[in-house]
Design a protein around this ligand. Sequence first.
Ligand code: SAH
Ligand code: SF4
Length: 348
Amino acid sequence: MNLEKIAKILKEANQPEYRLEQIKKAVYKDSAISFAEITTFSKELREKIQKETRILSFEAEKILVSKDKDSIKALLKLSDGNYIESVIIFSKEENWTACLSCQVGCPLRCAFCATGQGGYQRNLSAEEITDQILFWKNYLKAKNYKLKAENNIKNIVFMGMGEPFLNWGEVRKSLENLIDPELFGFGSRGISISTSGIPEGIKKLVEEFPQINLAVSLHFADEEKRAKFMPINKKYNLRDLRNALREYFKESRRKVFIEYAMFKNLNDSAYDADSLAAYLKSIKDSYLLHVNLIPANATKNGFQPSDFQRIKKFQNLLLRHGVKATIRKSLGTDIQGACGQLVSKIKN
Ligand code: SAH
Ligand code: SF4
């Protein structure tokens, strides 16, 4: 929602100041996504605003619900004809988590990631990022899905399409709005940013939002292998990333998550576990790191997940080295809504 634009329309229509507050309440607290739903003022005024602007900056074209009903993915058509995908995931412990996209595609082209392989079009605006939350809140309300708490989306992760630190200006604005008690009112601790490892971004995050969680998509602890599958490693290698994390821990004592997708016969051997442990332990304050082992999602390019026994063995090796590691379930694979599976139809 573009608040400045709405304020301007209201001013031109000689409306009292509290009108904007009514709209804010209806949208941020009561999850309205069309002006027609806001019945605290006249139909005439609603229609006037509706003619000039919309609450959402996109339209949902398709919504897919996983078999277990715990992952829901939406294909959203932006006003310029590009598409993004956005996901929400349910877990008993965390309630709903929204997985937001911040770019149309991704320029970093990791070999195993459907988003990266699909190409890149443009950055999303802060409005397009936060509108994903408005959309999902309204969806959950309309479907009355497992509504438990008033604010039913509890956590937000920037783990959809795109690299947040390549769109920091708009991502920063979106974070400010998400934690603003007058607007969305989320707690910083419930928000996580995932990066493929861009040092300046890590620095800005800890300086500007020290309470927001950081996750680093590491996946390989060997320079050559990482550069082969994650081209960003040619620009910022593992040594740069180690320095960035050391700097991070000088500023913050918050736990950092290391994402490690497990690919069959690629990064899942005992040797890989030893190298990972050695790398992580070479970062000062490595006890603040927590490894998430994620069975990789199969992709068209032939990447396959490691089998469970191998992941378990890998975890045990890490634990023996004193590295904290948890095996995560991959949710939403049947709707292509899991990590690295989101795609955009890019407008030509
Ligand atoms: N660009 C950021 C944010 C996207 S998060 C980043 O890469 O961190 C998407 C997550 O899914 C990242 O951790 C990414 O590495 C992971 N991912 C991509 N393809 C995957 C696949 N095939 N299997 C498992 N995880 C994958
Ligand atoms: Fe981009 Fe992240 Fe996918 Fe790599 S894994 S291509 S950085 S979205």
